[in-house]
Design a protein around this ligand. Structure first.
Ligand code: FAD
Length: 644
């Protein structure tokens, strides 16, 4: 097995049962591999505009400091769960006590990093320091150390970007200074009791008061970090409908509703926003998920975003895309730590003899990491975590490229091909539903396997694993359930196979990798496996297109989830193969230290395992989609039998 060196950036908690356990594990070598050997961040981005002031040493220092902050966050990991957010009798919302000082530290030292994805105008020329790829990998430390804490103010940078790009001058003046300084934070309020996946069912309404200001009435539920004591005000981006407006179900508007209304003198006054409930939930317990009522206790005032009615879906597209990618980022961060815990435990836990000497009582008992079935689980976890992280890196890479190319075009007047910028944008968009759905499904699998590797110990609360599982499950549900993501991929991104551009871009990326197969003869079977899976994916999409053209929409709807899973598997295999190719090259060096050689051999093992043990399922799923008639599942709901 690969002897991956990893670091504990952990803390226990005040809770005596939990204090012995180390919490968050992070693999620095893996991050260095991605930054410098695979994505060549130094060659590609650092030292050139707009990152001209950033050196590799600055990136290293950023990670060293981020590791320190993650240690502090990890110290509140258990407390966030054991002292959950709740609604007090006095109507105030309690959050874990440790979150208050942590917030001060996070806001002071780190919030700027989360705002770096904003356009250049926001930061000025010297303001953009790190490419998105670096930001993604650095902030992974924070989400992994304390995902519940990181939910607070999670929407703030995106909300500020939305107001900056879509708001009126007045709205920018009222909200941006406080949001940029994080004196105020922001939430996204879409869900209502009767409108979850089906946002068309939204019934929150708004009637004009004066100018851009409307009176908003309605109820929103589950709102993440909706009410808390960390900031002086919270800004809600509320989806609603104009009273007497268009009757089209898509005619939704976005209202900027502050919890406290800033009056003309800047004083914050009551805005009739009630918090009627803080949810008692399975995980992320340190985060307050709130039920909010607008316009019942008085008039709740809100600005119509951009003073443009019925434009919410377009205005908020960027915010929703970022939230989906952010969901994948939490999944990778937490499941990566779960995998490293499983690996560490498997190296220490001695149990049983080797399978081929099981009946020999004198055979030595071995650490479970030596058992093939435990290796199967560890390799599956390793491959999925590495592949998922690389999927996020791809998106961040394209985002960084766009930021760089737009800067060179707009600020330096260089002749940059628009098509190139658009291609990076298309690929990032194509990957977004997979970043949300594929990763959240796989990270759940990783965490449950990590518990399995621990045996009974994994089930106990003095290890972080059971909390990881509870914290992670929501990732398959929020920001549009994973089915909704698969619909987005198949219908909106790929047009049921009729919009070939993004798919062609993707195939081009994979083919560029396959074209290098002669350089890596030791990986020939894996190159062949990826090529064949890519063909299966294409043929499944063609079958979906045939079904859609023939009007068999119900058939298509039942294949969306499976198609997204297949696509995610192909992306993962391709990513692992790219990593293995770099590793194979490095392994040719005669002076490699043994720990380094082990790391690179582990990369080959990830790719080989995934290509030959998991990727073959792509062909089976493609076959199901092609031979649709036999696999069609649609029964009369009554035929399920049982009635409560
Ligand atoms: C911890 C937490 C935090 C949240 N934070 C926020 C927040 O900050 N802001 C916010 O607005 N919302 C938030 N939500 C709400 C979340 O986005 C919704 O729960 C989610 O969109 C799903 O809606 P639902 O729960 O009503 O499920 P439903 O829509 O009832 O779905 C139930 C099941 O049916 C499936 N389904 C539904 N419709 C279809 C269909 N047409 N075809 C096929 N299958 C379908 C779904 O995929 C799912 O499996 C949060 C929820 C939780 C639990």
């Amino acid at each position: 097995m690969n002897a991956v060196p990893h670091e504990e950036v952990s803390g226990g908690s005040d809770d005596s049962a939990a204090s012995a356990a180390q919490v968050y594990l992070w693999d620095r070598r893996e991050i260095e591999f991605l930054l410098w050997e695979l994505f060549h961040v130094d060659r590609q981005f650092l030292g050139t505009a707009p990152y001209q002031h950033t050196t590799r040493a600055a990136v290293d220092e950023l990670f060293a400091r981020a590791q320190e902050h993650a240690k502090h966050l990890a110290q509140a990991f258990y407390q966030g769960d054991r002292d959950p957010a709740r609604l007090q009798e006095d109507g105030e919302v309690h959050i874990p006590a440790a979150f208050l000082p942590l917030w001060e530290e996070h806001k002071r030292d780190w919030f700027w990093l989360r705002q770096q994805g904003d356009p250049i105008e926001v930061h000025g020329e010297a303001g953009i320091r790190f490419p998105q790829l670096v930001i993604q990998l650095a902030t992974e430390l924070f989400a992994g150390a304390n995902a519940a804490f990181m939910c607070y103010a999670g929407f703030t940078p995106s909300a500020a970007t939305v107001i900056r790009s879509r708001g009126t001058e007045l709205q920018k003046k009222v909200f941006l200074p406080a949001l940029d300084m994080v004196r105020w934070d922001a939430c996204f309020c879409a869900t209502e009791p009767e409108a979850g996946s089906d946002l068309m069912a939204i019934s929150t309404t708004a009637r004009p008061l004066s100018g851009e200001v409307y009176a908003v009435t309605g109820e929103k539920c589950y709102i993440t970090a909706g009410v808390h004591p960390l900031t002086e005000n919270t800004v809600y981006l509320v989806l609603g409908r104009l009273v007497g407006g268009s009757t089209s179900p898509l005619a939704m508007s976005c209202f900027i509703v502050p919890r406290f209304w800033p009056d003309d003198s800047g004083r914050l006054v009551d805005n009739a926003v009630e918090c009627t409930q803080v949810e008692d939930k399975m995980g992320l317990n340190g985060c307050a998920n709130t039920r909010l009522v607008f316009g019942r206790a008085g008039v709740t005032r809100g600005y119509l975003l951009g003073n443009k009615p019925n434009a919410a879906l377009l205005q908020l597209a960027m915010l929703m895309k970022k939230a989906r990618i952010g969901t994948g980022a939490i999944g990778v961060a937490v499941s990566s730590s779960a995998y490293l815990h499983a690996l560490t435990y498997a190296r220490k836990r001695v149990q049983g003899a080797a399978f081929d000497r099981a009946s020999d009582l004198r055979a030595p008992r071995v650490p479970i990491v030596e058992h093939c079935d435990v290796q199967r689980m560890l390799l599956e976890m390793k491959a999925k975590v590495e592949g998922s992280r690389m999927l996020l890196c791809r998106i961040s890479f394209h985002a960084s490229m766009i930021q760089q190319l737009v800067y060179r075009k707009q600020k330096l007047g260089e002749d940059i091909d628009r098509d190139l910028i658009e291609k990076h944008g298309r690929l990032a968009l194509l990957y977004a539903p997979m970043a949300k759905a594929y990763i959240s499904d796989e990270c759940w699998n990783v965490v449950t396997q990590a518990i399995q590797v621990h045996g009974a110990v994994g089930y106990f609360r003095d290890r972080p694993l059971e909390q990881y599982a509870r914290d992670l499950k929501i990732l398959t549900i929020w920001e549009g359930t994973n089915y909704i993501q698969s619909q987005d991929l198949v219908r909106d991104k790929l047009g049921f196979g009729r919009q070939p551009l993004a798919m062609k871009d993707f195939e081009g990326e994979v083919r560029a990798c396959l074209d290098r197969r002669d350089e890596h003869p030791e990986l020939a079977p894996e190159f062949a496996a990826v090529e064949s899976a890519l063909a299966e994916l294409g043929s499944a999409l063609e079958a979906i297109q045939r079904h859609a053209s023939a009007g068999r929409q119900l058939l298509v709807s039942q294949f969306c989830t499976r198609f997204l899973g297949m696509f995610g598997d192909v992306v993962t295999a391709w990513n692992l193969l790219e990593a293995a190719a770099v590793a194979a090259h490095a392994l040719r060096s005669p002076q490699l230290k043994e720990t380094e050689a082990a790391f690179y051999r582990g990369k080959l093992a990830s790719a080989r395992f995934f290509c030959h043990n998991l990727l073959p399922a792509v062909a089976a799923r493609a076959q199901i989609i092609r031979t649709a008639e036999q696999s069609f599942v649609h029964i009369d709901p009554a035929d399920f039998g049982y009635e409560a």
